[in-house]
Design a protein around this ligand. Structure first.
Ligand SMILES: [Zn+2]
Length: 393
């Protein structure tokens, strides 16, 4: 079983220079291999692999990049080629492979060797990367199993991240539980499921959220740079931390409930769902908690042999889950009332649509498309959504 872990890296100034330099060299090698490939009559992967060795002889400073990291560029090239030919097969018009400009090259990867994770008892743990050094990071989650690959990514924000893929030997068989459920994630009822059950934000969490709002208002009235403002900022930060803990506790219990009860769970794909960027702190926490909930659900499900299927969320609220026609609703309409006679809670209706969609998606999957490993790794990167709009740290 494979698990991907994502950690923020805190390189020193010198390490950052090396990271940027490596990124640039990898891009250079990628573009070199692409131009060589374009000249090949018959595309030969092994021959290109050997060219990296030749290139190193001509340009000795490439020896300052771990050899597997350079080899990975050949893999990346062929991976992109495969993805491109797949798109072509699907009948879409595509151009030829492009040389990568600076802004299009943000990652490099260590495969199988050239890295080590060192857990410390001090503030920072260390990620050792061959030819770069020991980069400080905080290991907020233990890595289980053997590390197969580490991808270093430079975010547009300037931050650096490591995506670590680890493999554990235990293969978990698919559960025999045939029960299926669809989940609608909302703000009124935290979750409404297709069996008609719902669960709300726990009361104590609501209370803390109210407290946070009050604290924030008080903070905004304090004079900038004053001692009082500083005190208030710390107090708000504490409430915030408490809320995150309370919320995580709630989400752990909720995800456990669904993974124990069902063998197939359908949820909305939040990456597609257009989440309005909200500067309201309480709201931003609840938004972030959706993706956190799905993360927890997937993590537990994978270990229990339970399937989690994500569906396109658009239209799930409006469509009637019984007859399929569109029933327009405003945000405040809490009931779905259709001419076919169906009259149920709005979120209940969505949950049933989500389940239906997932089952339909599974059926259409009978012609499997080869999963392209590089792209699936790339998907790991999503912006961290937990950052509130006003910082008080
Ligand atoms: Zn209907």
């Amino acid at each position: 079983m494979q698990t991907t872990y994502k950690f923020r890296l805190y390189p020193t100034g010198e390490q950052e220079q090396k990271l940027l330099w490596t990124l640039n060299k990898c891009r250079y090698v990628y573009n070199f291999l692409l131009s060589e490939m374009n000249q090949q009559k018959v595309i030969d992967k092994a021959q290109l692999q050997e060219m990296i060795v030749d290139l190193k002889r001509i340009e000795p400073d490439l020896k300052n990049v771990h050899s597997k990291v350079l080899q990975y560029e050949n893999y990346r090239l062929f991976s992109n080629l495969r993805a491109l030919s797949q798109t072509k097969k699907m009948g879409r018009k595509v151009g030829s492979m492009r040389f990568k400009g600076k802004n299009w090259f943000k990652t490099f990867s260590y495969n199988q060797s050239g890295f080590a994770v060192m857990q410390n008892r001090t503030r920072y743990d260390k990620l050792w990367l061959s030819k770069i050094g020991e980069i400080p990071f905080i290991m907020h989650r233990d890595i289980e199993g053997k590390i197969k690959q580490i991808t270093i990514k430079h975010h547009p924000s300037g931050k650096w991240y490591a995506s670590i893929i680890a493999e554990t030997k235990t293969e978990i068989p698919e559960t025999k539980n045939k029960e299926k459920v669809g989940l609608d994630l909302g703000t009124m009822n935290y979750v409404y499921d297709s069996d008609g059950n719902h669960s709300d934000n726990p009361k104590h969490l609501d209370k803390s959220l109210g407290k946070l709002q009050k604290g924030q208002r008080r903070l905004s009235r304090k004079r900038k740079g004053s001692q009082n403002r500083n005190k208030q900022r710390i107090s708000v930060a504490r409430v915030h931390e408490k809320i995150i803990n309370q919320r995580d506790d709630f989400l752990h219990k909720l995800s456990r409930y669904y993974v124990d009860k069902y063998g197939f769970i359908a949820v909305e794909d939040l990456q597609i769902k257009n989440m309005v960027r909200n500067c309201h702190l309480a709201k931003s926490i609840s938004d972030a908690s959706w993706s956190k909930f799905i993360q927890m659900l997937e993590f537990k499900a994978e270990r229990a042999g339970v399937r989690v299927v994500k569906v396109e969320p658009r239209g799930t609220t409006q469509i009637c889950s019984s007859c399929g026609i569109k029933v327009h609703k405003e945000l405040w309409n809490r009931t779905h009332k259709c001419t076919c006679g169906l009259e149920i809670n709005r979120d209940y209706n969505s949950a049933m649509n989500i389940l239906k969609r997932a089952l339909g998606q599974e059926l259409s999957k009978s012609t499997p498309v080869e999963i392209e490993p590089l792209l699936s790794n790339e998907q790991v990167w999503s912006e961290k959504q937990e950052t509130p709009c006003e910082s008080y740290g």
